[in-house]
Design a protein around this ligand. Structure first.
Ligand SMILES: Nc1ncnc2c1ncn2[C@@H]1O[C@H](COP(=O)(O)OP(=O)(O)OP(=O)(O)O)[C@@H](O)[C@H]1O
Length: 252
């Protein structure tokens, strides 16, 4: 089983930001997506998770095409993304942010509230347990009742990861989870990702910190100007002259 990206293309005007991109992320793998600024990585994430329509190509997840499905439907199937700039609800507390990310509960409609109050109470208790467990796991228990808007950049990234986990996702796309995060917290986020991966959750990560990413993933895909230019084990990919040229080209 896998996430399969097939021949995805997307243009803005005359500029092809995603140019016939194909690759697979086997379910339960840790995979990185790198490339210079503007290569098209975040655009690809948006297409994969249904925030943006491609001009051509297809995305399938665990054997099923996701064509015409929006982000909510894709999340329901177990595929979610986080954003480069975290999109937490800043006025809600950390705990409330996690609660709000849970799939719809029976108590959110009136009928079960009147006719199955026991079930509603049980669901709410299970949800609270899940949130408490995640707050501990992500080391956010100390700030559970702080407004998410007041957190540090690194803590916001952890809330984003927590919100993705609350959906029950099996494959999570992380957009620059280490950007603006101090080295100690980078190690902590990496360790949480490894632990989740041991539990069977797969990750595709966009990241500019190539050292931290290479220590985490088994496979790297490289994009440059919308195209996939290299794939393989991190050490081999980073030594590839075309990859080095893509990064240096951006500086010249
Ligand atoms: N809505 C849009 N309209 C026009 N051009 C866009 C739009 N969104 C993105 N682009 C362009 O598409 C290209 C790819 O952008 P994208 O954000 O996907 O790159 P990226 O690889 O994630 O870059 P970075 O590493 O800097 O975040 C860029 O040239 C960007 O300017």
């Amino acid at each position: 089983m896998s996430l399969d990206v097939s021949n995805l293309s997307k243009s803005y005007g005359a500029v092809r930001v995603t140019d016939d991109v194909s690759f697979s992320v086997p379910t339960g793998d840790l995979v990185g997506l790198i490339g210079p600024n503007g290569a098209g990585k975040s655009t690809l994430f948006s297409i994969i998770t249904g925030f943006l329509d491609a001009d051509g190509g297809d995305v399938s997840f665990e054997g099923q095409s996701l064509r015409r499905m929006g982000p909510t439907e894709r999340a329901r199937r177990g595929l979610v993304r986080t954003f480069q700039v975290p999109r937490e609800f800043s006025h809600l507390t950390v705990r409330e942010n996690l609660m709000a990310a849970a799939p719809a509960q029976a108590g959110e409609t009136l009928i079960p509230l009147f006719f199955a109050p026991g079930r509603v109470r049980r669901e709410e208790a299970a949800l609270r347990d899940k949130v408490d467990h995640l707050l501990d796991f992500l080391n956010l228990a100390r700030v559970a009742d702080v407004s998410a808007g007041n957190l540090s950049g690194g803590q916001k990234k952890l809330v984003e990861l927590g919100r993705a986990l609350m959906t029950g996702a099996r494959t999570i796309l992380l957009d620059e989870p280490f950007a603006g995060v101090n080295p100690v917290l980078i190690e902590e986020i990496s360790e949480r990702v490894r632990e989740l991966n041991r539990q069977g959750i797969g990750f595709l990560l966009i990241e500019h910190d190539l050292g931290a990413l290479s220590r985490l993933v088994g496979t790297l895909h490289v994009m440059d100007r919308g195209r996939l230019i290299a794939s393989g084990q991190p050490a081999a990919v980073l030594a590839d002259p075309s990859v080095r040229e893509a990064y240096l080209g951006g500086l010249s």
